[in-house]
Ligand binder design. Structure first.
Ligand SMILES: NC(=O)c1ccc[n+]([C@@H]2O[C@H](COP(=O)([O-])OP(=O)(O)OC[C@H]3O[C@@H](n4cnc5c(N)ncnc54)[C@H](O)[C@@H]3O)[C@@H](O)[C@H]2O)c1
Length: 353
């Protein structure tokens, strides 16, 4: 039996991970923890949406769900002491940058406190699972805006056409991170500290924009899902900034494949910048234009002020992942967005249309 713990297992990435491991073999035993708090945190995604993720997972006898909060150290300590986990995937957290600016203490509690609770529990336990942490491009903060960039009609571009994006060695200091980026970066540092001092194997994935069906995006986070849902509901979209912001999209199954390869090749104590890379980058305006084309309608949108520390163009340099793992994204944004649109159209009840 392989014992797997997934935090945030009712969320987008956590529920896909649970499904992936549960369906791979019955010899995988999966425990997921989630407090179903995304709704309380964001008010754009209902508990029902998270429960729907759980309904999908209920189809698997080898998944058990525990509704608990990662801020509860005693619970985490006991859970990890009583079980021998082979892998821990730490995918819970509050994910909204703006929310973290409004409420940094809450962000600290859900993100950094929860991570330290897990690490401390691991330190005290007899097991030595591999610890995966789902970090973010926000650890680089606003410093990516210092790169030499230019503006096209619908998107920002790197002025140097050969530049492949932000690599793992890009500086993380002397910049504005937002409290969210800070708690993610501090979590990374604590993970490395615990790894070297208390011998814990880890992998840190600094992800840019993961997308796919079942994602319950909203104005605060999950922009591709948010814009698709708004469009299908015929609601106008608010763009913060000029809409030329670019992100490299990575479809959820490509992320799962990446994780599978790290397990197969037993990669440990590494940090990866993970996204779709230079070939899968798209701006907000481009996404809207693409949706207009495939849905054959005009999408109303308006502009508001830039958000604090928003990155104008963030593209992950994925060469390390390509070289070490012989991995590369398979799903293009066009294909992935089409798949998502079809899924939301086929599952109208799921996302409260
Ligand atoms: N989706 C992306 O594009 C993306 C990009 C970069 C980083 N990340 C990070 O990856 C992780 C997973 O992202 P996601 O898109 O699946 O988010 P998500 O919001 O869908 O899932 C997070 C889950 O964590 C749960 N949660 C929050 N606080 C908790 C707590 N204290 N105790 C127990 N459960 C708690 C929520 O209820 C939610 O179900 C997050 O840490 C996020 O910051 C995601």
């Amino acid at each position: 039996m392989t014992e797997i713990l997934i935090t945030g297992g009712a969320g987008f990435i956590g529920s896909y991970l649970a499904e992936y491991f549960a369906s791979k073999t019955k010899a995988n035993n999966i425990t997921i923890i989630d407090n179903l708090a995304r709704d309380n945190i964001f008010h754009h995604c209902s508990e029902k949406e998270l429960e729907n993720n759980l309904t999908v997972l209920k189809g698997y006898a080898n998944i058990r769900f525990i509704r608990k909060d990662l801020r509860d150290y005693e619970f985490i300590k006991n859970l990890i002491r009583k079980n021998t986990f082979d892998y821990i995937f730490h995918a819970s957290g509050q994910t909204g940058v703006n929310f973290s600016i409004k409420n940094p203490i809450m962000d600290f509690e859900h993100n950094l406190r929860a991570t330290i609770n897990l690490l401390e529990a691991l330190k005290l336990s007899n097991s030595n699972p591999k610890f995966f942490y789902f970090s973010s491009n926000k650890v680089f903060g606003r410093s990516v805006n210092e790169l030499d960039i230019t503006q096209g009609e619908t998107r920002y571009l790197f002025r140097d056409p050969t530049f492949q994006g932000i690599s793992e060695s890009f500086p993380v200091i002397n910049t504005q991170h937002t409290p969210y980026g800070t708690s993610k970066l501090c979590s990374e540092l604590y993970i490395q500290e615990y790894a070297y001092t208390y011998d814990i194997d880890y992998l840190i994935l600094r992800m840019s924009c993961i997308y796919g069906p079942r994602q319950c995006g909203g104005e605060a986070q999950g922009w591709v899902s948010h814009i698709i849902k708004k469009t299908l509901r015929n609601e106008p979209i608010i763009i913060f900034g000029n809409g030329k912001q670019v992100r490299d999209l990575l479809y959820i199954t490509d992320l799962l494949k990446f994780i599978e390869l790290t397990l197969e090749k037993d990669v440990v104590k590494e940090i990866f910048n993970i996204g779709g890379g230079i070939n899968n980058a798209i701006s907000i305006i481009k996404l809207i234009k693409f949706l207009e084309q495939i849905l054959d309608k005009n999408i109303p949108y308006s502009f508001e002020n830039w958000r604090i520390a928003d990155q104008k163009i963030y593209i992950s340099d994925i060469s390390k992942a390509k070289e070490m793992l012989k991995w590369k994204p398979k799903i293009s944004p066009k294909l992935g967005i089409n798949k998502m649109v079809n899924w939301y159209q086929d599952n109208k009840n799921y996302s409260l249309f």
